[in-house]
Design a protein around this ligand. Structure first.
Ligand code: 1CP
Length: 348
């Protein structure tokens, strides 16, 4: 039988209320660290960095050398899945990701599951390296984008403020759009199973663009595919906890928590603490939800908000994190200050 881990993140995910919550931060590796920018300059491009196990493992380690985080998150990107499906993804300097947009069912013929696992093999190698080299008390988080969020990039061809292209296709031709979602769902299950086999101890599903969907769309494109991924992973790897992050879901987060089967739910910056305590934390562990911009501001704003979250969620299972990723202009010393506040906290 698998041994029960006493790593702080895993204890919180089992529902334990701890003396202080575990802490890790979304995008804890990245452009706000000078050593990341240095490693990044050595790679040919961003994708090359993701597909080079030595470099990807190095940037995953970098924040842990500076800060006492309780977890490391694999360095990769949610858009590796469309790349592995054959869509062709490029990261242009200063512009973000660019993909050859697929806007109707005919476009799906360009995609195939056949090469997904072989294409993503370097990522599994990164996970294996991390699993062998991380400190004993640090949990290793693997991740993927959720199918809806990944599809918004596949259909739009780039990031967009309102995910218009995917939403229009989903309304115009729900059956065709469902085929795209099913394909991404299947690829994601394979991808995450192999991350776990290589040593990932926790999985996070990023649904960064889950806001703005009406009830029926939220059920079809956010809840249903997430539930399929959770069921697939539970079947092959029943002991691995899954954190779902449906950013911007608001009150629909209650249905998401009840119906997807996720172990824990990530809360964005705008989620009111008292509401989340009563509607979510009473049923499952919650993660979040410090505004990443308090980390840019620092000082009393950072300390006040961090303490408000620690106090607000201190009586139930909680993982300290941001409500969205660290932004590049964050001073690293503010991250050090935050980790200090959280790791010296004692719940009363
Ligand atoms: O040039 C660079 O160095 C690129 C910056 C960068 C980084 C550091 C990108 C491009 N991706 C990443 C890494 C990354 N992306 C991680 C690594 C682990 C960590 O957290 O430390 C993770 C988990 C992601 C996930 C990701 N990628 C998401 C979901 C989380 C979120 O922030 O909402 C999304 C939406 C992406 C797409 C993406 N990757 C990169 C860019 C510029 C974008 C587009 C964002 C947008 O549309 O606004």
């Amino acid at each position: 039988m698998a041994q029960v881990s006493d790593k702080r993140l895993l204890r919180a995910l089992r529902g334990e209320v701890l003396d202080r919550p575990p802490i890790w931060l979304m995008r804890q590796a990245g452009r706000y660290l000078p050593e990341y920018r240095e490693t990044r300059a050595k790679a040919k491009g961003f994708l090359d960095l993701c597909y080079s196990p030595n470099l990807a493992a190095e940037v995953t380690h970098q924040p842990l050398r500076r800060f006492a985080f309780d977890a490391a998150i694999l360095f990769a990107d949610i858009l590796l899945v469309p790349d592995a499906l054959g869509q062709g993804v490029a990261f242009k300097e200063g512009e973000g990701p660019v993909l050859g947009a697929i806007t109707d069912e005919a476009g799906l013929t360009a995609l195939s599951l056949a090469n997904v696992e072989a294409h993503l093999a370097p990522v599994f190698e990164t996970v294996a390296k991390l699993s062998a080299t991380l400190p004993n008390d640090v949990a290793l988080i693997g991740f993927a984008g959720s199918p809806w969020t990944v599809a918004t990039y596949m259909v739009g061809g780039r990031g967009s403020p309102d995910q218009r292209a995917a939403r229009v296709w989903a309304y115009r031709d729900p059956d065709g759009f469902a085929k795209l979602i099913d394909l991404v769902t299947e690829a994601t299950v394979l991808y995450l199973q192999q991350q776990i086999d290589a040593g990932a101890e926790v999985i996070q599903l990023f649904d960064s663009w889950a806001a703005q969907l009406p009830d029926h769309e939220f059920d079809c494109w956010v809840i249903a595919p997430t539930a399929k991924i959770v069921a697939g992973l539970n079947e092959s790897h029943p002991d691995v906890p899954i954190i779902g992050f449906p950013r911007g879901a608001g009150a629909a987060g209650v249905r998401y928590a009840a119906e997807t089967g996720v172990t824990a739910i990530g809360l964005d910056t705008g989620t009111p603490i008292a509401w989340a305590r009563e509607n979510l934390q009473n049923r499952l562990p919650v993660q979040g939800n410090l505004d990443p911009l308090t980390l840019v501001a620092g000082g009393t704003a950072l300390e006040g908000e961090a303490r408000r979250i620690l106090t607000g969620f201190g009586n139930g299972p909680h993982i300290f994190n941001l409500g969205h990723g660290i932004v590049p202009e964050t001073p690293p010393e503010n991250v050090a200050r935050l980790v200090d506040i959280v790791t010296s906290w004692k719940n009363s």
